[in-house]
Design a protein around this ligand. Sequence first.
Ligand SMILES: [Zn+2]
Length: 218
Amino acid sequence: MLAVTWESERKALLIAAQAMATRGLVAGTSGNLSMRLGHGLYLVTPTSTPYDTMTEADLVVVNGELEPVDSDGVPSSESLVHIAIYRARPDLTAVVHTHSVYASAAAAAGVTIPPILDEVVVQIGGAIECAEYGPPGSEELAIKAAKALGDRRAVLLRNHGAVGAGRSPAEALDVCTLVERVAQTFFFAQLAGGAKPLPVEVIEAERAIYRMRSGLKP
Ligand SMILES: [Zn+2]
């Protein structure tokens, strides 16, 4: 038994998990969340567990191969996507995956949501790309998701859902909430004559703000 129990991390991840459900970003036991613990370890939500009855003890500490290190819990099958993102992005500490309706609609259409609102660039880093398709739970999906994420904080999983990331579970969840609202705005803008991206020079200036706030090199 490890001496470290990651109490505050378990608390933060569970709060975000339950908020994800109450915000309507998932249905049933779908979606999943994780947090980087350091030392090559990650805290992830368990598979097939209702969010309203999930406890801090249900959260699973795994290594980079998704092997539980201090319990017999079963990590979410989609955790490979989270691990791939942590490996590609040392600046990120938490990842949240949702099946929210409008973001999933964009993912089903294979549409990348362009930078149509200032907050998309300042908070997400630019367009919300739609990754190429990969089967659920596969290494292929994980690689494609991390690649399409690039240096931004959100990505769509083609024919599946959305992923948001941040430096805490609360921040990653807020990214997912923003993704859903932006996807909804995008579809209404298309109906209202067509969504128009921000001017290129504005995107450049706002991306500089995003990278600075994210601790990324200019
Ligand atoms: Zn999923």
